[in-house]
Design a protein around this ligand. Structure first.
Ligand code: SF4
Ligand code: SF4
Length: 360
């Protein structure tokens, strides 16, 4: 029989929100029982939304500080909560499942038997969750593709938030970790099509946490740019939260394993699910009909047209520019797309947009 502490954990995680927040199904309990010891689940359930010190939580739970501090430390090392240092003190912060705990499990890139079990249990939970909740219902996009700015045609508008480069310039420190989607797939024995794994980027306090707890590597701005170039060459899509300010990460995603991309591709109009706000246009006089762009497109949005120049299906196109970066003739340029709303400014506005979309 399920320990009541895990039933309480279900209620707590649902309240925290985010993706895959919690569902009363056997796959949920199988996953959390592997992830959290009963003592960790109890501490998780008592954690408030904001950061706090071990002593404050111990007081709230009426427990010895040393006992709670030990549990919080173990949880941070397991990626079950966040821990950051501010002015020489450590603060712990509760985490959602996604973005959060589910990704943290695989960012360190470990390959133990427990990691393999977790990869399978998390996959089974997500599949069961999707099957019951339906992933094709329209919802305001929580993620956004960021196009490759150097492919944007001259004269088109590129806002600061449209440029991956701008985020690299803005944040310090920057950390690189293992791609949790592809690493989890490898732990399940799946093919990751030769895509690079060491390309997930975290910024600011998230970077500090990744370096100290998730086996992340702090990188210089130059190294971060090299990671982006390597990702673009491999045909990966730059992706982040759908807001203009203070994004905490940039993922470099593939079409086979990334949760956000596969979810978008399962929708009737993937192009509207998390578009960059750009679309490709083709210069007929430069195009040699080599079809490289068609093969590289992760959304299968391109097909050869009657004039031997590719045609784009905007219902499918994310505006990622993977086609443009691979074109040997530089015949593809990205242009502003008019039917995509400007991203919300911050987390609060994004939450409001999602809420208002869900109520329609
Ligand atoms: S990759 Fe470039 S040259 Fe080749 S078909 Fe596409 S647009 Fe034309
Ligand atoms: S056509 Fe495909 S590769 Fe090009 S921008 Fe659209 S989704 Fe990306």
């Amino acid at each position: 029989m399920t320990d009541p502490v895990y039933r309480e954990l279900l209620a707590v995680m649902k309240k925290r929100g985010g993706d895959f927040s919690g569902m009363d199904i056997p796959e949920f309990f199988a996953m959390v029982e592997e992830m959290f010891t009963p003592a960790e689940a109890e501490v998780n359930n008592a954690m408030p939304r904001g950061p706090l010190a071990a002593a404050d939580l111990a007081k709230q739970m009426a427990r010895p500080v040393a006992q709670i501090a030990l549990i919080l430390e173990a949880m941070a090392d397991k990626g079950l909560c966040m821990a950051v240092r501010m002015a020489d003190a450590v603060y712990y912060q509760s985490a959602r499942f996604m973005p959060g705990i589910l990704e943290f499990q695989f960012m360190p890139g470990r390959t133990t038997e427990r990691d393999k079990r977790l990869a399978r249990l998390i996959y089974d939970y997500k599949k069961a969750f999707d099957a019951r909740s339906g992933i094709d219902k329209p919802i305001f996009p929580t993620n956004r593709v960021i196009t490759v700015a150097r492919t944007v045609a001259v004269g088109n508008q590129v806002h600061t938030y449209d440029q991956v480069q701008a985020y690299i310039d803005k944040y310090d420190p920057i950390a690189v970790t293992t791609c949790f989607c592809r690493h989890a797939a490898q732990l399940r024995g799946e093919d990751t099509h030769g895509m690079p794994n060491d390309v997930c980027m975290q910024f600011g306090l998230g970077a500090q946490f990744a370096v100290e707890r998730l086996n992340g590597r702090q990188v210089s701005k130059e190294e971060a740019r090299e990671v982006l170039q390597r990702s673009e060459a491999a045909g990966l899509i730059h992706m982040s939260t759908n807001m203009t300010d203070d994004i905490g990460f940039i993922c470099n995603c593939d079409r086979w394993h990334c949760v956000a991309v596969t979810h978008a591709l399962a929708k009737p109009k993937p192009g509207l699910a998390f578009s960059s706000g750009f679309e490709p246009r083709f210069e007929a006089e430069l195009c040699t009909a080599c079809e490289t762009c068609i093969d590289r497109c992760p959304a299968e949005a391109l097909q050869m047209g009657p004039e031997a120049v590719p045609l784009v299906d905007l219902d499918r196109c994310f505006g990622c520019a993977v086609c443009a970066t691979g074109c040997p003739e530089e015949a593809i340029h990205m242009h502003n797309r008019r039917d995509i709303p400007v991203p919300p400014k911050d987390g609060k506005s994004l939450k409001e947009a999602i809420k208002s979309d869900a109520s329609h």
